[in-house]
Design a protein around this ligand. Sequence first.
Ligand code: NDP
Length: 229
Amino acid sequence: MSRYLITGANRGIGLELTRQILAQGHQVVATCRNPGEAGELNTLTNAGELQVVQCDIGKPDDIAALVESLHGSTIDVLINNAGIYGPRDAVLGNLSREPWREVMEIDLLAPMMLTQALLPFVLAGEGKHIAFLSSKMGSIADNSSGGSYMYRTAKAALNQAIKSLAMDLREQNIIALSLHPGWVRTEMGGPNGLIDTATSAAGLLNVIAEAVPSDSGQFIAYDGKRIPW
Ligand code: NDP
């Protein structure tokens, strides 16, 4: 049995990841901004063990409280899932600093600061996996349609940070992965997404489970395909 920690576990891909990991019989520390409103998450009953913990990843105090609540335990697999897209009307000509800062804060700084804070727990665990929900939209090679300035730049920067993390933690046998979940039908992905959360989560968990040290620092889609940076 392994112990996972997932951010943004109350809906979308994070909720489905939590559901599937519990069904596999593992323990999950599922974090979300408002546990009291996380109806579906709170009612998950599976073979594994679920602990729901409040954490807005953009708030340093929440990360500190999360660290405190984990005292004495370990994490085998950390999944940085929570993320935002930013305002849909933030197109060229209508870009502004504050929403861009917010996307950078939540999609880049927050997962990195959370990972730094939780690193001792991952180093103490057996699994030694740190996965990040990045996006193909962060790929510079794949950018043929332009736009999405805030989201694309935040995920591209996150990819670079993941690469450094993988290099820095190679000696400690940590496997750090940048994952693309596919275009998924969630609130962020919208109704035209190509796959459902069950397909995406199953694929992502498979990629994580099969990852070997030489995969650390790679950008991999839910179906195992490598994505060009
Ligand atoms: P959703 O919009 O459905 O869910 C986003 C999750 O992130 C929610 O649980 C939300 O919580 C949480 N979240 C947002 N801000 C914070 C915060 N400050 N602190 C804690 N949690 C927060 O998105 P998806 O499930 O579709 O996406 C999950 C990940 O996958 C994201 O990182 C996204 O960028 C990535 N991704 C998604 C794709 C898709 O097609 N859906 C494609 C490529 C990548 P709350 O309910 O409180 O807002």
